[in-house]
Design a protein around this ligand. Structure first.
Ligand code: HEC
Ligand code: HEC
Length: 174
């Protein structure tokens, strides 16, 4: 499977590095710390714990079907077709969530995972298409890049925030 196709390649690479025994970074480097989202007082650890709780619920529901294609296990898969069901859950928990610094509830009504009633979920689908287009249509055409496989992921822009930064100024000055 071509992971880059789904615009999640780098996020998953980060996941496998952590799985190899390195703890997830707890604090942003100096000068890049960001205020928590205005609507929430939850700490990053609380948000991660909530993501883990919901991901565990979904994993229980798909027990025995982890390696089947997502579209045969879930009800409303439009982009991540062919992705093993368990990998979709991992992308949600370890990719999208940390990249934007959010819990599942930012895009979903918990338990109604197939529902598109939250418009943010549809934005996320278009973001996947945009991310794929940048990697496959734009980066591929730039000659002289040093990386063997230049790619962008959600994290490239979002870096733990819902709204990507437009400057390096501290958040309160933006
Ligand atoms: C940034 C938005 C976003 C976040 C955060 C997010 N999801 Fe998703 N989720 C999506 C999108 C978009 C899809 C549909 C993918 C597609 O159409 O291929 C999806 C699909 C799913 C599905 C498949 C549902 C079905 O039956 O079709 C499940 C289950 C799911 N997400 C669970 C979770 C869980 C659990 C979390 C938190 C750990 C989470 N999601 C976090 C955007 C998000
Ligand atoms: C090239 C940069 C870039 C990449 C890559 C990118 N995004 Fe975005 N994203 C943005 C920008 C810019 C906005 C708009 C922020 C604003 O409202 O001003 C945005 C907004 C969003 C929003 C709406 C935020 C909200 O709740 O208001 C979601 C959800 C989102 N992105 C998800 C994703 C996901 C998931 C990925 C990876 C599949 C991704 N993005 C990749 C730049 C990017």
């Amino acid at each position: 499977m071509n992971r880059i196709t789904f615009g999640i390649g780098c996020a998953l690479a980060a996941v496998s590095i952590r799985a190899a025994g390195q703890p997830a970074p707890k604090a942003a480097p100096p000068g890049t710390a960001v205020a928590p989202p205005a609507a929430s007082t939850a700490s990053p650890d609380d948000v991660a714990a909530e993501r883990a709780k919901y991901a565990a619920e979904v994993r229980r529901q798909i027990a025995g079907k982890e390696q089947q294609p997502a579209e045969t296990v879930f009800k409303n898969i439009q982009v991540m077709k062919g992705v093993p069901a368990e990998l979709l859950v991992r992308v949600m928990e370890m990719g999208f969530g940390p990249a934007l610094g959010v819990s599942c509830t930012h895009c979903h009504v918990p338990g109604k995972w197939e529902s598109d009633e939250d418009p943010t979920k549809k934005i996320a689908r278009e973001m996947m298409a945009m991310t794929r287009a940048i990697t496959e249509q734009y980066l591929k055409k730039i000659e002289g890049l040093k990386g063997p496989n230049p790619a962008v992921s959600c994290t490239t822009c979002h870096r733990g925030q819902v709204k990507p930064a437009m400057s390096l100024a501290p958040p309160q000055a933006r």
